[in-house]
Design a protein around this ligand. Structure first.
Ligand SMILES: CC(=O)SCCNC(=O)CCNC(=O)[C@H](O)C(C)(C)COP(=O)(O)OP(=O)(O)OC[C@H]1O[C@@H](n2cnc3c(N)ncnc32)[C@H](O)[C@@H]1OP(=O)(O)O
Length: 198
């Protein structure tokens, strides 16, 4: 394999293109069904989703859309891990996950498939991160934290050791989560409290 294709032509895809090139691979095709997008960082955008290569990365920030595309295309690409991240040899990282610059992942943590572990976030020892999770820039997860599938951990948030966050949750920007979070809830503030739908 010497090239990797990119599904999605958003700002997040720009960061992924940078990551792919940093790892020494070439960019294959860039795909996006939005006909308004014709170029991304100088790469031509292909609008036809036929013949997507198995060695493609889903560069879409929305967790549910990323999951839908992963189910549709059954991709085979291993995780892309930025050379300037600190990933324990005793951790496991699922296929299709991206680990951006400045990330720390400590011993015995398990990260699922098609996750985004974003710039400068920190995942400490023995965490379990489900598939399709996004850990935003500068979020900090203490030891033994668990995050359920498709949850979004907001920028600069902190999660106390041992806390379990359910599936499809949103942890707001800057939130401090000190108690377990049930599936589907949005948590904001310090200490983190449920943001009720109006
Ligand atoms: C590289 C990247 O860009 S990665 C992307 C990183 N981005 C993030 O992490 C964003 C995370 N998202 C947030 O924090 C969002 O504000 C959410 C999801 C928590 C809430 O979004 P919305 O549902 O649209 O809420 P909305 O903006 O309407 O605000 C609703 C109320 O919650 C409050 N609120 C919203 N976000 C927060 C927050 N992070 N902390 C505290 N209060 C908040 C608002 O002040 C508002 O309060 P009010 O009703 O008293 O005026």
């Amino acid at each position: 394999m010497n090239d990797i294709s990119v599904i999605g032509a958003s700002g997040h895809a720009k960061v992924i293109i940078d990551l792919i090139e940093e790892l020494g691979y070439l960019i294959g095709n860039v795909y996006d069904q939005d006909f308004q997008k014709d170029k991304l960082l100088g790469f031509k955008v292909t609008h036809d989703f036929i013949d997507i290569p198995k060695q493609s990365i889903i560069a879409i920030g929305n967790n549910l859309v990323r999951k839908k595309i992963a189910i549709q295309f059954d991709l085979e690409l291993n995780a892309l891990i930025h050379p300037k991240s600190n990933v324990s040899r005793y951790s496991q990282i699922g296929k299709g996950t991206v680990v951006m610059a400045g990330v720390s992942i400590n011993a015995d943590s398990v990260i699922g498939k098609h996750c985004i572990i974003n710039t400068n976030s920190s995942i400490d020892h023995e965490c379990i991160i489900g598939d399709f999770v996004h850990v935003s820039p500068n979020a900090a997860l203490a030891g033994n934290v668990q995050i359920g599938e498709c949850s979004h951990i907001g920028i600069g948030s902190c999660i106390k050791q041992g806390v379990k966050v359910g599936k499809n949750c949103i942890i707001g920007a800057g939130a401090v989560v000190i108690r377990d979070v049930s599936d589907g809830l949005t948590i904001v503030g310090n200490p983190g409290k449920e943001l009720k739908k109006k």
